[in-house]
Design a binder for this molecule. Structure first.
Ligand SMILES: Nc1ncnc2c1ncn2[C@@H]1O[C@H](COP(=O)(O)OP(=O)(O)OP(=O)(O)O)[C@@H](O)[C@H]1O
Length: 368
């Protein structure tokens, strides 16, 4: 399966520049996800790869084939890519087998070969016995599999998926996610996946590209994106996060505004910088008041405001100085004053100029 190379991709609709200078390379057989909030340009990027949109700048190549470059634009039918959209777009008056036959007929595959490819592909997605049903006789999950089978039946070089699971209910979606990942690994097909769902992106991807307002903000493995987000905005978008403001007081030290106390944060360098400290809720260990935390941890005193039981863990809202922070733990029944302990390495620092989304700003200031 070939590499996908996108370089300096730009797209504008009239005066509206929606993609600026997007560059990434997707490896052979990689599951690569474009993740970001609504309107950031994910679908437009995918549509440019598919040939459904004509970029205003940059180049796109798959393997040795150049699809887009100065003076070159290969139309979608010349690209041999498989595509599945959020709305499965199955032909309602055709059976499952007929839906799969359509792209083969367009490619003038002979009849006997068509039957073999359809049977093989339906076998792969576990739908052989449903081949004579019409789309309205299938569940949402089954329709989604048919759409995927239709995109795979002609052995595309790359699979493009635009929020293909978002019409499924939560439980089905989890199952479909696991199934999709298994199928993709089995086929080894290079896949570009678009989603605004960070859990889905973390669970499925070999690498994730986080987009914001037409720019690529960070590209990395799920672990890199979650554990070392490049900006406060990425930290806020991927997973839950507490944001506290402060001022660096020297190498490795920050004075928090909310408590007036210093904490260790290895990324701090020179004194006097205004910073935002980002801490994931699960990295805040809650200890009942009076319990001593290991000496190498940052220790803060907080007060439990509310707790919720969410099955595998308890989520606590706590007052920390004039802020509310969230922490997750398996410890039930904590009330009143508690100790929060956090490893210095889990206190990520960003310049305060790093814009946070408005809803996160509201969270940061809620307790003031
Ligand atoms: N055909 C079009 N004409 C004009 N503007 C468009 C067109 N298609 C997309 N846009 C604009 O381009 C921007 C990026 O849209 P795009 O659909 O790529 O975002 P997205 O990240 O996929 O969002 P969502 O998750 O909501 O689908 C948006 O501001 C959108 O309004």
């Amino acid at each position: 399966m070939p590499e996908v190379k996108v370089a300096n991709l730009a797209k504008r609709f009239g005066d509206n520049a929606v993609l600026h200078d997007i560059t990434f390379t997707i490896g052979d057989g990689e599951f690569f996800t474009l993740l970001g909030p609504s309107g950031c340009g994910k679908s437009t990027t995918l549509a440019c790869i598919a040939g459904l949109e004509r970029p205003t700048g940059g180049s796109i190549a798959v393997g040795t084939a150049t699809f887009v470059d100065a003076g070159t634009f290969v139309p979608p039918e010349g690209r041999n890519l498989g595509m599945v959209f959020q709305s499965y777009a199955l032909w309602p008056h055709m059976t499952v087998a007929q839906n799969l036959a359509m792209p083969l007929k367009i490619r003038k595959v002979d009849r006997r070969e068509q039957d073999t490819l359809i049977a093989e592909t339906l076998g792969r997605v576990g739908l052989v016995e449903l081949k004579d049903r019409y789309p309205h006789q299938l569940s949402g999950g089954q329709q989604q599999r048919v759409a995927l089978a239709r995109a795979l039946v002609y052995s595309p070089s790359v699979l493009l998926l635009d929020e293909p699971l978002s019409n499924l209910d939560a439980k089905l979606r989890d199952q479909a996610r696991a199934w999709l990942k298994r199928l993709q690994t089995e086929l080894g097909i290079t896949t570009v996946y678009v989603t605004h769902d960070q859990d889905e992106a973390l669970a499925l991807s070999d690498r994730i590209a986080v987009m914001s307002k037409g720019d690529m903000v960070q590209i990395g493995t799920p672990q890199e994106i979650y554990e070392t987000p490049a900006t406060a905005e990425v930290a806020a978008f991927v997973g839950r996060c507490n944001f506290l403001t402060g001022t660096t007081t020297g190498p490795g030290e920050v004075r928090l505004d909310c408590t007036g106390k210093n904490i260790s944060a290895p990324a701090a360098t020179t004194a006097g910088q205004r910073v935002t400290v980002a801490i994931r809720p699960e990295r805040l260990e809650i200890l009942p008041s009076g319990h001593t935390a290991p000496a190498d941890l940052n220790v803060l005193t907080a007060e439990v405001l509310t707790s919720s039981y969410v099955g595998s863990r308890h989520e606590y809202d706590l007052r920390l100085g004039d802020h509310v922070v969230q922490a997750e733990t398996t410890r039930p029944g904590l009330t009143g004053e508690v100790t929060l302990a956090v490893e210095p390495a889990a206190c990520l620092l960003y310049p305060t100029t790093d814009a946070l989304p408005k809803d996160v700003e509201a969270l940061v200031t809620i307790a003031q």
